[in-house]
Design a protein around this ligand. Structure first.
Ligand code: NAP
Length: 213
């Protein structure tokens, strides 16, 4: 299958959490990491998130001029099976083109975005990635949250992961970097290849590839 290169990027606490208990946003990256993230955003064709990230964090998903002055904004993609996105979501502003990936069951709506329908219940990732590739999108940075990251990993659709580990602990049942049911058997564990590991600002940057089965 022809598909874009998939790069997961996330910031987590030392205990693998990406938000506070209840899902409220917390700043985990510091300026050194934001600089890296925005350079990475500027290098890809598209940035992708799940609808819960839009509802919780309302991100713009653009490249900040402060970090990369002359960068062009990549396409923004939101996975939203039922078209729950509010009209006021910042990801729908005019700063960059936006694609809402949805399903056959979603009601028609007028949005400041292109719609791609893939799948019946939830967005079918294989179908979506083929469609994106055909539209000239050859690299996608997946920025979360944990449910989306889990779906991409479980479908074996990931090429690399950048994980910034902030020097904090959140604990409890705060959302983890990979949601879903998790591995109950050894065979369900996803193997990674450590490519590099470096100190970055006040934290640690881990770069992984994914092991072939
Ligand atoms: N620290 C970080 O780097 C970082 C980055 C981003 C987000 N976050 C945090 O992550 C949290 C949100 O994560 P989340 O796990 O709740 O939600 P999410 O991954 O942002 O979105 C998940 C939703 O996407 C939709 N979806 C559509 N197709 C899907 C598919 N094929 N696979 C999976 N999901 C699909 C589903 O809703 P429908 O069924 O309605 O479509 C699903 O519930 C927030 O608290 C946010 O602050 C942290």
């Amino acid at each position: 299958m022809n598909r874009p290169r998939i790069i997961i990027n996330a910031a987590m606490s030392v205990d693998g959490r990406i938000a506070l208990v209840g899902g409220k946003r917390i700043k985990i990256s510091d300026d050194a990491d934001f600089m890296r993230v925005h350079k990475l955003r500027a290098s890809v064709d598209a940035i992708l998130v799940g609808i819960n990230t839009v509802l919780k964090d309302d991100p713009k998903l653009t490249v900040k001029k402060k970090y990369v002055p002359l960068a062009k904004n990549p396409v923004r993609i939101v996975l939203d099976s039922q078209l729950r996105i509010p009209d006021t979501a910042r990801v729908l502003n005019d700063d960059a083109p936006t694609i809402i990936a949805t399903t056959e069951r979603a009601q028609k709506r007028n949005l400041n975005a292109k719609l791609i329908r893939c799948g019946a219940e939830r967005v079918n990732l294989g179908c979506l990635l083929t469609e994106l590739y055909e539209r000239g999108i050859k690299s996608v940075m997946v920025e979360g949250g944990g449910t989306i990251i889990s779906s991409f990993l479980r479908a074996r659709l990931v090429d690399e992961l950048y994980i910034f580990v902030g020097s904090i602990i959140i604990g409890g049942d705060a959302p983890s970097i990979v949601a879903g049911t998790g591995a109950k058997e050894n065979a369900e564990v996803i193997g990674l290849k450590l490519k590099s590991c470096e100190r970055l600002g006040s934290g640690l940057l881990l770069h992984y590839g994914v092991k072939d089965d």
